[in-house]
Design a protein around this ligand. Structure first.
Ligand code: 13P
Ligand code: SF4
Length: 339
């Protein structure tokens, strides 16, 4: 390993200076063409990252796109578990992320060893894992779900089947309520969605009585209850496009507002406020991990083809099965926005 690579590893990304005066967007696009690379981005990334991507989507659509691509390199602008999902689906391709530090508090809330111990205590239960998990957790699971297809996947199980669902407790409770099933829920959560303020949302609703409230199922149950729709990011975008309403209060990470405003230029989107905190300048409805993706990092990642996602072949083999099972079960559930 060169001293440069050691330095990058310590930072988690390539921090070489960007040559002065270059057209970053044009250079990135030309490297993509030369290297046969595809850029995938999640709705929560910055507008500039979404705008340069070949494809922007929710976690299900991103996995579907990765599984179908004929590119040699997949550049995942999102968080680490999304890069891992792509690598598991495409083990022979080079999968790049922009910053190894772009993790996920929800994925961190479920450690594979803890899950294995819990499974040992409940040997007759099937394990359904949200896609926001590490590859090691997926490798222990019977099937993976995203917020787009969780209901459909759970309904594919026999009524008497016992299920451990994790790690997002709020999504789990939502799925229990819409399917009428009981499941053993892991007590994990996303720090962004957990912080939305119910009082703040109701206050906004009083100011904008005609506005529809859109909530991601990772929001706490009281927020889901006041929402007009609870859906994945792609589902919320679809609802906003199809609705006759002109105003929307959006209780999910605020990056999605970029695509909502682009797709519905005549409608108004108001980000739901987070709980008040002591922190000065806190944007708690932003996922700090997603915001680690930037155009300079994208440029360097493509140029140096680093950081790569590396997963052991044994874990890939085990984790591929529950992801493929999910993709089979959600063949109709594609939700995508192409450039
Ligand atoms: P989606 O499945 O809607 O893309 O959600 C992913 C996510 O990380 C939500 O916090
Ligand atoms: Fe993870 Fe929450 Fe960020 Fe989604 S918003 S990637 S669940 S930390």
């Amino acid at each position: 390993m060169t001293k440069y690579e050691k330095n990058w590893l310590a930072k988690g990304y390539v921090d070489e200076p960007i040559p002065e005066g270059i057209d970053l967007v044009a250079e990135i696009r030309s490297m993509c063409a030369a290297k046969n690379a595809v850029i995938l981005a999640h709705y929560y990334t910055d507008a500039a990252v979404q705008d340069i991507a070949d494809f922007v989507g929710d976690s299900l659509a991103l996995a579907q796109k990765a599984a179908a691509t004929d590119a040699d390199i997949i550049v995942m602008c999102g968080v680490h578990f999304m890069g891992e999902t792509n690598k598991i689906l495409c083990p022979d391709k080079k999968v790049l992320v922009l910053d190894l530090g772009a993790g996920c508090s929800l994925a961190d809330s479920c450690d594979a060893d803890d899950l294995q111990r819990f499974m040992a205590d409940h040997p007759s239960h099937k394990v359904v894992s949200y896609v926001n998990t590490t590859a090691a957790v997926k490798a222990l699971s019977d099937v993976v779900v995203t917020s787009s297809n969780a209901q459909k996947v759970i309904e594919s199980f026999g009524k008497d089947e016992k299920i451990i669902f994790g790690p997002d407790k709020n999504l789990g409770q939502y799925i229990c309520s819409v399917t009428g099933r009981e499941m053993l829920l892991w007590n994990g959560g996303c720090h962004v969605h957990a912080r939305f303020s119910l009082e703040g949302i109701l206050q906004l609703k009083r100011l904008h009585p005609a506005a529809k409230i859109l909530a991601h199922p990772e929001c706490p149950t009281p927020i889901q209850r006041v929402a007009d729709v609870v859906a994945s990011t792609a589902g919320l975008l679809r609802y906003a496009k199809e609705s006759n309403a002109g105003e929307f209060i959006v209780a999910t990470e605020s990056g999605i507002l970029h695509k909502m405003r682009e797709e519905c230029p005549d409608k108004t989107f108001i980000p739901a406020p987070p709980e008040l905190t002591e922190a000065v300048g806190c944007s708690c409805n932003e996922c700090a991990f997603m915001k680690l993706n930037s155009l300079p990092k994208l440029y360097n990642t493509l140029k140096y083809e680093w950081p790569t996602i590396e997963i052991s072949p044994a874990i890939i083999e085990k984790a591929a099965k529950p992801i493929q099972r999910m993709l089979e079960l959600s063949k109709e559930s594609s939700s995508q926005v192409e450039r």
